[in-house]
Design a protein around this ligand. Structure first.
Ligand code: SF4
Length: 474
């Protein structure tokens, strides 16, 4: 493959922006700081000073964590190749109109930095993204050179996740995919109209084209693996994408339907949701950050789509298109479908059990196996991993409800709204009284008049560690 003379362009850019004079540590500070808005990793780093008599220190900037296919948590250096960009996406700190400090790493600097961190045991891999330096092709070439140096010169076999640049030549996308473990193309915003309003240099077709190419190559590799023992690697960790929520007016239903379509059509491993953070003045953007709780609820709903067989239109509908601040999406669905409950644990099949709040794929499988040999009681369900705090309202064991279960409003809110992180005032001051399941459902529908998550940005929502939010789960 022939590369364009990207070094000349890189150094010309550096000369123009004055970043040649920057020390490597300055570049590291700028480029890891700029990378924090990418959320294809799942928790933040640790800032810890060294102390006399102890060994080592830790710098939060740039070190994040991701989870390998076997569930192992791995530390990644999260960094941009460059925070210079020719585009002017309104929601981005690296946009061309921003007067932020700019820096660009050479491929050698990036590779050597990564290896030196790896040798010091700071990191186990690399998460690499970039602003668009010059053009999509030039940027992709710079990233390829850095990663190729890591793989081929340093013999680095650790995890690498790279962001593809929409508009890059297909041959470059393929070369990048063959070098990395996971590749992702950011969908950025949930609709074409939002893209054209907020990211004028991008369009839906330009983003979906490389996604389609990657999906095709992943499928080709899957077919080759079925026939041949050894095939050329191509992003064995699959592809992912990232979507900013709260910068544009799309509903949660719209976002979940889009995610579902992306999972089906492009075989994505993950859609990462990033709650909008204001990074500049724009009359097109909200003045306040999107609630992290909305991001959290979307991750939970996304998990239901991927792991529990739910359809986006089951979770939400055009008349109620927002996820609820107080209840996780599975409880919300269960309360909207009272005709299905209570479910008898001895008779419900695996897929029915999966729909019960507090029952996951592992506990549902355990129930199906355990009940073959013995009738199950609630104590046994707890030992099988069922979260009874939620499941107790929706299950019977041998025809009986949970002993001592009091379906008071107070109990139900404490258990089902366990994940609620909004201020108590959002719940309203309501009289506590004994209620039945049907009362609860009616009551819940009355509560649907409470503001949806999209409008809760001004509510004092306590912040949570990103890692907890991003893991999702029902
Ligand atoms: S192309 Fe990427 S880096 Fe450049 S302004 Fe848009 S979002 Fe930011």
């Amino acid at each position: 493959m022939r590369f364009s003379p990207c070094y000349a362009i890189l150094f010309a850019l550096d000369a123009n922006s004055g970043v040649n004079n920057l020390e490597l540590m300055d570049k590291l500070r700028i480029l890891t700081g700029a990378a924090k808005y990418d959320v294809a990793c799942t928790s933040s780093g640790v800032d810890r000073k060294g102390i006399p008599g102890a060994l080592g220190n830790s710098v939060a900037a740039g070190i994040c964590h991701s989870f390998a296919a076997d569930g192992r948590c791995i530390s990644l250096l999260k960094i941009l190749m460059s925070n210079a960009c020719i585009h002017d996406c309104k929601y981005c700190a690296c946009r061309s109109s921003s007067n932020t400090e700019r820096a660009t790493l050479t491929p050698e600097e990036l590779a050597d930095l990564t290896i030196s961190f790896y040798r010091r045991n700071y990191i186990e891999g690399l998460f690499l993204s970039s602003g668009v330096v010059g053009s999509a092709d030039i940027t992709t070439e710079l990233m390829i050179r850095a990663i190729a140096r890591l793989r081929e010169v340093h013999g680095f076999r650790g995890y690498i996740h790279a962001k593809g640049i929409p508009g890059a030549a297909p041959a470059l996308v393929e070369r990048l995919g063959r070098l990395v473990d996971r590749i992702s193309i950011n969908i950025e915003l949930p609709s074409e109209s939002s893209l054209s309003a907020l990211a004028p240099g991008k369009n839906k077709a330009g983003i979906l084209a490389p996604m389609g190419q990657i999906a095709g190559m992943l499928e080709q590799r899957r077919q080759e693996l079925a026939v041949y023992r050894h095939v050329r690697p191509f992003a064995p960790g699959g592809q992912a994408t990232q979507m900013i929520v709260g910068a544009s007016p799309e509903t949660d239903l719209h976002i979940l339907r889009l995610s579902q379509g992306l999972y089906k059509r492009y075989r994505l491993r993950r859609v990462f949701y990033s709650a909008y953070v204001p990074v500049g003045d724009s009359r097109f953007l909200p003045e306040v950050a999107a609630p992290l709780l909305r991001e959290h609820r979307l991750y939970q709903a996304d998990f239901l789509l991927r792991q529990y067989g739910f359809d986006a239109t089951e979770l939400l509908d055009p008349d109620a298109p927002w996820l609820d601040a107080r209840l996780d999406p599975k409880c919300l669905w269960a309360l909207r479908n009272p005709q299905i409950f209570p479910m008898e644990v001895q008779r419900a099949d695996y897929l029915q059990l999966l729909r019960v709040p507090g029952v996951g794929p592992i506990s549902a499988q355990r129930i199906v196996e355990a009940r073959r040999t013995t009738p199950l009681c609630f104590d046994a369900l707890k030992k099988l991993g069922v979260v009874l705090k939620r499941a107790q309202y929706f299950l019977t064991c041998q025809g009986k409800a949970m002993p001592g279960l009091r379906l008071s409003q107070e109990n139900v809110y404490r258990c089902l709204a366990k994940d609620c992180r909004v201020a108590p005032s959002v719940f309203g001051n309501r009289m506590m009284q004994q209620v039945s399941m049907s009362d609860l459902v009616q009551d819940f529908r009355l509560d649907a008049a409470l503001p949806p998550l999209s409008l809760l940005a001004t509510q004092p929502i306590p912040s949570e560690p990103a890692g907890e939010f991003a893991r999702g789960g029902a």
